[in-house]
Design a protein around this ligand. Structure first.
Ligand code: GLN
Length: 296
């Protein structure tokens, strides 16, 4: 009797890929194998458990192989799946935008807490998000602040397209106005003294940190990660312009690098700013700079 050729079933493929990824040093190998396969089969990961013995068709197998190849060359899984989650919201991502990080959720939560403490529910809070990328911060704020009018800017048209698509799928397109602005150019006049809150997660890695960073980040847009002046370029720029973007009483929230928190803070003229605080992320690392205006 002729031997049957080996059939690639769901479970066989999961087990084989898990071992293959593990041998190459990938963490969460089984989870990644399951996510890539679920994506290929257009199923939820949990549903794979009901399909363990299902063989893959040749075309499914070839799609799966090409996904796996991309992962083996260290492309982040979020780009392969074209999705990620931020503040429990589903977001589309591709290599035009930085993949939102969990640390940035701390920045969003601080802004929400600040609004809850300082504004009445009937107030409309005007917020500017600089360097919106996938739109993660603006969208999370639009979804979680009762009344808000958001402006989200980015230097990249491609990023703005991704952000708009995400605003649409998360049902907040009406609340957010997207526009292209390079923060190193003059602010549009309508931005002057227009905002209660300015928020940003700017690029803050030095070139050397980027070069020595893990391989996954090298697939991300370099302009979203590296900043000149040893990572401080954007903080210096914000120290010059943020005050003029804020209303009489307003606050600036910036994500920052844990090793440069005090250096970043020092760039801001303490005579102009009333409250200045550095907040930690959940890993206990300095992550957010909060500055509020002192006027009058
Ligand atoms: N925290 C990010 C990283 O280390 C950097 C994000 C940023 O530059 N804003 O990859």
């Amino acid at each position: 009797m002729q031997k049957q050729p080996l059939q690639w079933t769901v479970i066989r493929l999961i087990n084989w890929t898990t071992e293959y990824l593990e041998e190459r040093g990938f963490e969460n190998a089984r989870l990644e194998a399951e996510r890539l396969l679920a994506h290929t089969l257009r199923k939820k990961r949990i549903d794979l458990y009901l399909l363990f013995d299902r063989p893959l068709t040749p075309s499914e197998l070839s799609t799966y192989k090409s996904c796996l190849k991309r992962r083996l060359s260290f492309e982040p899984i979020q780009y392969i799946l074209q999705q990620t989650e931020f503040f429990s919201l589903p977001l589309y991502v591709d290599n035009n935008v930085l993949i939102p990080r969990p640390e940035t959720e701390v920045l969003v939560q601080l802004v929400i807490d600040h609004i809850d403490a300082h504004y009445r529910r009937a107030d409309t809070v005007n917020i500017l998000d600089i360097g919106t990328g996938s739109g993660n911060i603006a969208i999370a704020l639009a979804r979680n602040v009762v009344k808000t009018r958001l402006t989200a800017v980015d230097v990249s048209d491609e990023a703005l397209r991704v952000a708009m698509k995400n605003a649409e799928t998360n049902g907040v397109a009406e609340q957010i106005e997207f526009s292209r602005w390079d923060v190193f150019q003059q602010p549009p006049s309508v931005f002057l003294h227009a905002f209660d809150i300015v928020v940003s997660n700017p690029p803050y890695l030095s070139k050397a940190e980027y070069d020595s960073g893990c391989r996954d980040i090298h697939a991300e847009p370099v302009t979203a990660l590296i900043a000149a002046k040893e990572g401080l370029q954007f903080y210096e720029r914000f120290s010059n312009i943020a005050y003029d973007l804020l209303r009489e009483e307003g606050c600036l929230f910036l994500e920052l690098d844990e090793n440069r928190a005090t250096q970043s803070l020092k760039l801001f003229d303490q005579k102009k700013w009333n409250i200045s605080e550095i907040e930690n992320d959940l890993a206990g690392k300095a992550r957010v700079l909060k500055l509020c205006t002192k006027r009058g």
